[in-house]
Design a protein around this ligand. Structure first.
Ligand SMILES: [Zn+2]
Length: 227
């Protein structure tokens, strides 16, 4: 059988020896709890995971050690701990992984509400408070404008917050939000350097879960860790 899109996780190595891995269907549903999902997570990254209770806000928590801050109501996590795997679960929202040469790691879950609320900037600021100077960032699989028609009022609000580059059109020519462009804009505003993009639309790639496509409760993950 030929390998389809998303058969393999997408991997990056960032500043400070930080590793990033984004999953898809092939790695299984990583939402929920219990031994089955724990085993799937460990198969992706064999370390204790920090999983947040994601609420589409801008709160960022510090994982003091492996598995730290799990279950906190927040959309960003940062750590300096070796062996801590900090993760976000997504199905269309943007997973953003961050790292600095000082060994400070971050991860953010940014849907349009979180992006507007400033979760990406807040995550970079939290990293700087832990000693990060130069910050690198990558974007995992998320919904792209092809599949993200957006109401004109909300689109105008996003454009005034993040710049006109977030305005796009979907595959049917309707006004659409360019979520990856919004992520790049927020990273630029926070002084972070954008160094990688999975360049995958979760809705039409055929390898990822998409809330917009089918209201699924299943989720892929983007995990950040320093071995
Ligand atoms: Zn698409």
């Amino acid at each position: 059988m030929a390998a389809g899109v998303g058969s393999h996780p997408v991997d990056w190595e960032l500043a400070g020896g930080v590793r990033v891995r984004s999953t898809g269907w092939a790695q299984g549903d990583l939402a929920g709890s219990g031994p089955t999902v724990d085993a799937r997570r460990r198969a992706v990254v064999d370390l204790p995971w920090t999983i947040l209770q994601q609420v589409h806000g801008a709160r960022v928590v510090i994982a003091e050690g492996p598995g730290g801050a799990s279950g906190e109501a927040a959309d960003g996590a940062v750590t300096t701990a070796t062996g801590a795997a900090i993760a976000v679960l997504t199905a269309d929202c943007a997973p953003v992984a961050l790292a600095s040469p000082e060994g400070v790691l971050g991860v953010a879950h940014a849907g349009w509400r979180g992006l507007r609320a400033g979760v990406i900037e807040s995550t970079v600021q939290a990293m700087r408070r832990l000693g990060a100077t130069k910050v690198e960032a990558v974007l995992g699989p998320c919904i792209h404008p092809c599949c993200y028609p957006f109401g004109e009022d909300d689109l105008a609000g996003m454009a005034s917050r993040l710049g006109p580059q977030v305005r796009s059109v979907d595959s049917g020519g309707r006004p659409a939000l360019d979520l990856p462009a919004g992520v790049r804009s927020a990273l630029h505003a926070a002084g972070a350097t954008f160094v990688g993009d999975a360049s995958v639309c979760t809705s039409c790639s055929g390898g990822h879960w998409s809330w917009r496509s089918d209201q699924t409760p299943r989720r892929q993950a983007t995990v950040v860790w320093r071995p």
